[in-house]
Design a protein around this ligand. Structure first.
Ligand SMILES: [Zn+2]
Length: 188
């Protein structure tokens, strides 16, 4: 695993979770994660005209849910194909007479976004949903349940509280007869 892989995968998880009001925040935190055109272009999604990044985000969310099947991986990797995006960017910048050959002859850049998609498609067990907050996150190890230390702490607190409610009579009185009543068929 290259050192950037997990970092890029985490950025993709964050990208998949952002609300429209937080788009600039994401862009500032992960500059050049994908083509600039994503943030400037708008396109039709259903009946709504939305910024292009929201189209990409919708496919990323779908892929996350489905564990990055090959078809969606190819779709996601190719939405960031640089020559096309550069042409679009140049067009939007008002450069009507830019030379397309210059663009097509350049080396194709691999965006961190594309690296993240390829990485998660190869190791789809990393594409998880946090058990506490429900957000998407990229796991560093198999069996992770929570997206962050904050969610781990929150879940630990909640489970302690649930355990207290389940056993409070038992713990308060020390009576095993009462404890049996509150178990409700659950395993101790
Ligand atoms: Zn979480």
């Amino acid at each position: 695993m290259a050192s950037n892989d997990l970092h890029d995968a985490r950025a993709l998880a964050e990208f998949s979770n952002i609300e429209p009001a937080r788009a600039d925040y994401f862009r500032n935190n992960f500059p050049r994660f994908g083509p600039d055109a994503w943030w400037n272009m708008r396109a039709l999604l259903g009946d709504e005209v939305l910024p292009y990044w929201q189209h990409v985000q919708a496919v990323v969310r779908d892929a996350w849910q489905k564990k990055f099947p090959r078809e969606l991986m190819i779709k996601l990797v190719s939405v960031a194909t640089q020559p096309l995006m550069q042409m679009v960017e140049a067009h939007h910048a008002g450069a009507e007479d830019f030379d397309r050959r210059d663009i097509l002859e350049q080396d194709v850049k691999v965006w961190p976004y594309q690296n993240a998609v390829a990485f998660l498609a190869a190791q789809p067990w990393r594409a998880l949903f946090c058990t506490a907050c429900g957000k998407r996150f990229a796991a560093d190890k198999p069996g992770r349940k929570f997206c962050s230390d904050a969610c781990t702490a929150k879940a630990r607190k909640a489970s302690k509280l649930a355990s207290w409610h389940e056993h409070k009579d038992e713990w308060r009185s020390g009576s095993k007869v009462k404890a049996a009543k509150v178990k409700k068929g659950k395993k101790a």
